[in-house]
Structure formats: C-alpha cells, structure tokens
Design a binder for this molecule. Sequence first.
Ligand code: ADP
Length: 460
Amino acid sequence: RSNSASTCPILTKFQKDCATPTPYLRNVANAIADDMRDGLAVEGGGDLEMILTFVDALPSGNEEGLFYALDLGGTNFRVRSVQLGGKKERVLATESEQISISQKLMIGTSEELFGFIASKLASFVAKEKPGRCLLEEGRKRELGFTFSFPVKQTSIDSGTLSKWTKGFKVSGMEGKNVVACLNEAMEAHGLDMRVSALVNDGVGTLAGARYWDEDVMVGVILGTGTNACYVEQKHAIPKLRSKSSSGTTIINTEWGGFSKILPQTIFDLEMDETSLNPGEHLYEKMISGMYLGEIVRRVLLHMCETSDLFGHSTPAKLSTPLALRTEHLCKMQEDNTDDLRDVGSILYDFLDVEANMNARRRVVEVCDTVVKRGGRLAGAGIVAILEKIEKDTKRMGSGKRTVVAMDGALYEKYPQYRQYMQDALVELLGHKLASHVAIKHTKDVSGLGAALLAATNSIY
Ligand code: ADP
C-alpha cells in the first residue's frame, strides 16, 4: 500500500484512459455516423439498429378529439387521456394515472399482465367526467401504446416482442404481437378501445415535443438507459423498400448499442463482464445513468485495495455492485462546503468509507472524470445525428433553428453532465452551426406524443 499523499497514479491513469480530446471525440462522432449509415443500408448493418418506426407523420397541431396513451416500460405503467382542441386551443384537458405492477405480474402470464392493464384502463375510462371528455359517436377510443422493450415493429400498430428486459419475464410473449395481446385483453374487459400506434418512448418524446415546437428534429432519452430518434429523409434509407421514397420518417437509432472505439478502461471491462449483455451496448454503459455510479464505485474499490487512501481495510459495501448510484455522484459534485461534508457523508452512508479531505477531493475527481467522459460522448452522438440531418437538409447551414428534445433524469438533474455535453457539441459542430442548435429539456411529453400519434394514425 502506498501513495496516499499528493499524487495518485491510479487516478492519473484513469483520467488519461477516460480522456476524450476533441480529435478523439470527432472520431467517435464519425464512427457513430458510419454505423448509422450502415444500419440504414441493411438490417443489422451496423451497431445501431436504426429501426423503422413507421411514424411518417408527426403531429401538426391540428389534431382534434379525445385520445389515450399507455406507457409500459418498468415497474409502473401510466395511463393518460388527452382532449385535443386543434391549432388554437391545443390541449383542452388531460388526465393521467400511474399504477404499479407487482413482481408477480412481471413474471406471470401475458393474460394476467394485459388483463390487469386492461382492467385499470377500463376503470380509468369509467372515472371520466362526462361532458369534459368527448368521444365522437360510433368511434372506438384510440390509444398510443408506448412499450419500452425490444420490439420488432411491423407496422404503425403492430410489433413482436424480441425479448423481455428490466426484470420482466412474462411467459408466452416472446415473438408475439404485443398490440394484439393488449387489444384482446381490452376486448375481454368490454373496453371499447383499440391501439392505433405502437411507439417507443424516444419517438413519443420527439412527437410530443414537435407538437409545441416545429423545429424539433431529434428526441433523446438520457435516464437509466439512453436512446435517440430523429427525422430522416426516406430517400436516405436504402433498407426501406417502399414504393414512395419521398417525405420523411422517424428512425429509432437504438444508439446505446454503439460499441466501437470507445475509451474503455479496466473498470468498464470488468463492469461489462458482469453485465447481462457483455460486449454489447458499450456506449450506453458509458453515458447512461444506470452505469455511471457503478463505474465510480469500481474505481474507488480499486483505489482502496491498492493504496491506503480510505484507510487500511476494504469495507464490504464498497465491494457491493450498484452500492453507489448516479444520484450520489451528482450530490457529491454539488457539494460546496469547505470540508466536503456531503461527499464525506455519502461515502460513509453508502460505501462505509471514512474519507479524509484528501480522499474526498479524489473521489470528486473520479466522479468528474466519469461524468465528463459520459457527457462528452453523449454530445458526440448528438453531433453524429445533427450532421446526418444537416447533410440532407442543410437547415442549420441556412440558419434554421434545429431543436433536440431531451428527456430523462440524468440530463435533467446533472448540471455538469449537461455542460460537458454542450461543450462537446460546440467543439465538434463549431460555433456557427452550434448557434442554430437548441437542446431543450422536454419533461414527460412522451405520453402526449403517444396520444398524438394515436390521433395522427387514427383509422377514422
Ligand atoms: P427512466 O428510468 O425511465 O430512464 P428517469 O428519466 O427518471 O427514468 O431516469 C432515472 C435515472 O436517472 C436513474 O436511474 C439515475 O441514473 C438518473 N438520476 C436520477 N436522479 C438523478 C440525479 N439527481 N442526478 C443524476 N442522475 C439522476
């Protein structure tokens, strides 16, 4: 054990391994752009899946009537109704409700899960105040269904589940049409409702944000996981073998899958090896909220084992996967006290570590290193998408405002992450183009977006 004083070779090496100077970041942006192009050329052509969403028409603002949204993607689902009043009046009324899904339902049968959802939808509808919610005579209620699991979409209102993730393991569903499952359950519950649009939450965010701002071209999620969707020209999608190649459509990049030329350290490698999908989604593992805290914990554990920075023994908690969360990194970086009191108590409370001032400073530097790399790499991804859009439309070059709609708690709550992302954007795009780009935090618009896409794709 050595090196508790002023220099810390582990930290220095870690910072060096994580570094993303501008030329390196440029290579990352180019590599992401290459994989985007390859993914658009043929199915499975690149790390990015570049999924066709079948969303060709984004909300215009003229939508009218009553529409619903259902969001299923984790331990809760959310139902929303939206009464749309057209261009002038916009959203006349909206109601929403969040319902938790029990562990039992997450690993039960599809009849149990969708039966439960349909029954809750039915009681949500039953609670509607008459007069406020207007449904036209003879029409079924229409629903936009946000289903945040890997789906192979086959049309705007159908898609088969590839595999369950996030703790779900509902039997007999893989390979089945998730829309049919929900439609059948709603019918069984006597609910006069149908799914008009199956969307993912990135698409929902893009659509919801576009409703309020017609310059929105990209939707990005930076929360537990990450994803990005954008407006693409159909003629630039070779794998889209449709008769009409004019107009635009939304591409769901699934950019978390990008896995080339990233600055992987031994800590990333170790975390990846113990993950559910080793070797895959390396970009997501560097930029999203689920992993940032865990990378820092692994660095601190290593420091603890190889120096006496945190005293002489290794606390069990410091060896516990996921003991440190991204929220904690954010709190530690926010600590303005002279003695870094908050850093000290987070380390003590969550990792059982008693850290002196020197150690506290080091810890903050580790957090900053991981967050800087994450924010800058996320920025490079956004640049890859913006440059792809620019190539086909020249909108920024001609001075047109271009908006990236952003949702997710990582972006929302981590100021340093946001700043690093913005810095990378300007470094790569240059001040001139970047001055036409606005990154806009659009919280929780994905439900509205799903309801709007139900309206845009209404069968009536
Ligand atoms: P989702 O799980 O659907 O992505 P959120 O957008 O709420 O939902 O993201 C939650 C994630 O955001 C958490 O897993 C965490 O990684 C990150 N996060 C939450 N709160 C904070 C915070 N205060 N600071 C930094 N990151 C946070």
